[in-house]
Design a protein around this ligand. Structure first.
Ligand code: SF4
Length: 584
């Protein structure tokens, strides 16, 4: 529904009550990232810890959600258990469209339920169900039960956590509709701290479309562009795993805890291999004609005479790097087996894989022993990693409980910080060079998608600090507008500023369309101000030594260049947040 304000549902789990609130600022905060930061400023507490019951857990969609293809993501915002600072995590599935069909721009959850529960919201109802019997249940089993006990199949979105979220892991994700996640920075534990096992968004209302000929004509044009382009074939065909062989070929794939940047046995886990041997089907987030989600299978023999059952597991570049090349596992089925365990315990797969890669090297070097790791971690040993994932997810001993708070926290205690592959959080699957390392270490979400630093590295051999940092600042600003709409970032090549302005005008947000540059600058600033207010200091970011030992197609990483980039980007972030009035 088009409106000049935001329609937000706030729910207090302590009292079981909710209320619809109208919030001004539509033309200034837009939605998604902008709305989430504005809501955190209204309801959050910079000075209180992440697990204080008063802290909000926010889900926000954008002004184009439901109106155009690939406007299919939701921004989840919270104070993170990873660093106790303001954080955003993005997820898709049916979450965004379901919120649109409940006629909400955002859902804000505060308080703590007395017992484990499920929050159910729809266009005309709000309910809190006791789910104590589901506490401790893995993500798969709880998903099955939740689907059975919640009506509205096809329109509803089910968000849930696993044991990792229940035990306060800073790497716990929120699973969305089985194959998507609010993966990074520990949103799962924020749910766990509120005794919130699951959220069901019913999406049982309707959404009026703009009248006249302009909107359907534009929709068709956008749809054509999205489905005719190379983007469509890249993401639909092999999907993001197409990157595995490419990065391996240019020595930019993190392998064996980033001791190497290519693996001679990579053929076993390339996108091509996954497609040829394991692929069952593609699926998509609601409102997306691309369908980049690739579902493979793992099978298990349950009787002699070739009797098998199979389970479906989704894969992407990042899970393959984290549980494959980073752990020295180069068999596609073995990788799927590890991913499946990660899914069940409800961990963020990138964080889990990278943390276990560090633990493996630490064990090799004798910094820790099997007393800590419980199992004999060894690069390439897939079955051992499946067991280790369970230990990490359940927090089986002091070592795994500490590792689950972040690799650097474990390294502070045991040593080995110099080979911890942490860039703000456990690294993403790109060892492309100095610009990417700087971008992830200092980027707002510590995500490879905050900016295109990984692609800048692949296109530039020069070492121009100013140009590189100008790029990071500019690119972040354009992406922050997209994540306020809230678009899937895979569509960024199609949704140019010009096209976004047309889309906004066609649905009735003409004022925002006239002022996109100012809106995106405002949101960029507001996010950094919010982050800084909760304790982030970009000048104190440390990039571990391992990143200076990396050799890519450009040769060994230049430590001096890396330090200059880091210092300059930190300075620019502080400048971005500074201004006459909060939020600009
Ligand atoms: S391209 Fe993939 S991640 Fe993006 S909206 Fe479509 S299915 Fe979801």
């Amino acid at each position: 529904m088009i409106r000049d304000h935001f329609r937000v549902l706030t729910v207090d789990l302590s009292t079981g009550r909710g209320k619809i609130v109208s919030i001004d600022g539509r033309d200034r905060d837009a939605g998604g990232s902008g709305l989430a930061a504005a809501l955190f400023n209204k309801y959050g507490h910079a000075e209180k810890p992440w697990d204080d019951p008063d802290q909000p857990l926010i889900f926000a969609i954008g002004p184009l959600t439901g109106y155009f293809p690939l406007m299919s993501k939701t921004v989840c915002a919270f104070k993170s258990p990873y660093h106790d600072q303001y954080a955003e995590s993005h997820g898709g599935g049916r979450s965004a469209l379901s919120l649109r069909f409940t006629d909400l721009d955002a859902l804000v959850i505060m308080g703590k339920a007395e017992r484990p529960c499920c929050l159910s919201v729809g266009s005309r109802h709000l309910g809190i169900k006791d789910l104590h019997f589901m506490w401790g249940m893995d993500v798969k089993a709880s998903g099955k039960l939740l689907r059975r006990i919640s009506s509205g199949s096809g329109h509803r979105s089910i968000l849930r956590i696993g044991p990792a979220g229940e035990t306060g892991s800073a790497m716990a994700c929120i699973n969305v509709d089985t194959y998507r996640h609010f993966g990074r920075l520990g949103g799962g534990s924020v749910m766990g701290s509120k005794n919130l096992k699951a959220i069901v968004i019913q999406g049982d209302g309707s959404c009026e479309l703009p009248e006249g000929k302009e909107y359907p004509k534009l929709f068709q044009e956008v749809y054509r562009q999205l489905t005719d382009t190379e983007m469509m074939s890249k993401y639909h065909n092999l999907g993001t795993p197409v990157n595995v062989a490419v990065l391996n070929g240019i020595k930019a794939l993190p392998c064996r805890n980033l001791q190497e940047t290519s693996d001679p046995n990579i053929d076993g886990i390339t996108g091509e291999r996954f497609a040829a041997d394991t692929l069952l089907r593609n699926t998509a987030c609601s409102g997306c004609p691309v369908g980049c989600i690739h579902i493979g299978y793992v099978r298990e023999q349950f009787m002699d005479e070739n009797q098998y059952f199979y389970r479906q597991v989704s894969y992407d570049h990042e899970p393959i790097f984290a549980t494959g090349s980073m752990l020295g596992v180069t068999n596609a089925f073995a990788v799927l087996g590890i991913i499946e365990e990660v899914e069940k315990v409800g961990l963020d797969v990138m964080s889990a894989g990278v943390a276990l890669a560090w633990a493996t090297e630490a064990l090799e070097k004798g910094i820790i022993s099997e007393k800590e790791t419980i199992v004999p971690l060894k690069f390439g040993e897939a079955e051992v990693y499946e067991e280790a994932v369970r230990n990490l997810g359940f927090g089986s001993n002091d070592f795994y409980r500490l590792l689950a708070q972040g690799t650097l926290k474990a390294a502070e205690h045991y040593g080995g910080g110099e080979f911890a592959c942490v860039l703000g959080q456990e690294m993403a699957g790109y060892a492309t060079g100095e610009v990417f390392f700087t971008s992830q270490a200092l980027g707002f979400r510590h995500s490879h998608l905050d900016t295109g630093g990984y692609s800048y590295d692949q296109k530039h051999e020069d070492k121009n600090v100013k140009e590189a940092v100008d790029f990071l600042v500019r690119d972040e600003q354009s992406r922050v507008f997209l994540t306020s709409m809230v678009s899937c970032l895979f569509a960024r090549g199609v949704y140019t500023d010009e096209l976004l302005a047309k889309c906004l005008r066609s649905v009735g947000y003409g004022t925002m369309a006239e002022d996109m540059e100012a809106v995106s600058r405002h949101i960029q600033k507001l996010r950094w101000q919010t982050r800084l207010a909760t304790g982030f200091n970009p000048q104190q970011v440390h990039i571990p030594k391992r990143f200076t030992e990396v050799t890519t197609w450009k040769g060994q990483v230049d430590e001096g260049f890396l330090t200059s980039l880091k210092n300059e980007y930190a300075k620019r972030i502080l400048e971005l947040a500074k201004d006459e009035g909060k939020g600009g």
